[in-house]
Design a protein around this ligand. Structure first.
Ligand code: SF4
Length: 206
């Protein structure tokens, strides 16, 4: 039973002090970043939050109003739902790392443009390089479109395994929790996605 509960902690890595310093430096660069116009409207940047040693990296679309206020990703209603979804398969939120494709809130919560995601991509790539997750979960169509260059409906994106660039890190796509709040009838499909993700993880990590 114990092994089942902690399946996602298998082959967990250690992050050395160098990496810890690197992530702090990166966070400082993001705080001062003006590479795209999204910096104009931000209250503060939303770099990322969670366990640097995590095997699972979750990437959402962009900070919303609550995130912009608090400086942390997924702290509003969608964040609470994400925490519940993770809990349903015994994953504590504190055991994963969560970030977004862009680190500043787009005006009126619009989708970040391809150009904005590209401008911010070095930060995300560095986060992935430091964390070296065994699995990446993309939340929603926009994150999948921008990071995988796949303009497909969610029905075609779910339950498939993609690979992140040359790192060969498996990537799966889940519904964005904000969408699930708007479309509660879709919530029942989340369980299938979680099981799919767990199988991909087990196949990859052993
Ligand atoms: S979204 Fe990213 S690239 Fe644009 S200003 Fe913010 S940190 Fe810089």
């Amino acid at each position: 039973m114990g092994i089942e509960v902690f399946w996602y902690k298998k082959n967990k890595k250690t992050i050395n002090f160098l990496h810890s310093d690197t992530i702090d430096e990166l966070s400082l660069q993001v705080e001062n970043c003006t590479k795209c116009s999204l910096h104009n409207g931000r209250t503060q940047t939303v770099f990322g939050d969670g366990l640097l040693q995590s095997n699972i990296l979750i990437i959402g679309e962009a900070p919303g109003r609550d995130e912009d206020k608090q400086g942390k990703p997924f702290v509003g209603r969608a964040g609470k739902l994400l925490t519940e979804i993770l809990k349903s398969i015994n994953i504590q939120r504190s055991d994963v790392y969560i970030t977004n494709t862009v680190k500043c809130r787009p005006p009126d919560n619009r989708n970040p443009s391809k150009e904005e995601v590209d401008a911010c991509s070095n930060y995300l790539e560095s986060q992935i390089e430091i964390i070296k997750p065994h699995l990446i979960i993309l939340l929603g169509k926009v994150a999948a479109d921008r990071l995988l260059n796949l303009d497909l409906p969610m029905s075609e994106l779910r339950q498939k395994t993609y690979y992140y660039k040359a790192n060969k890190i498996p990537v799966v796509v889940f519904y964005h929790p904000a969408y699930l709040l708007r479309s509660p009838s879709e919530k029942s499909k989340v369980w299938d996605d979680l099981n799919y993700m767990k199988n991909v993880f087990t196949k990859n990590v052993g």
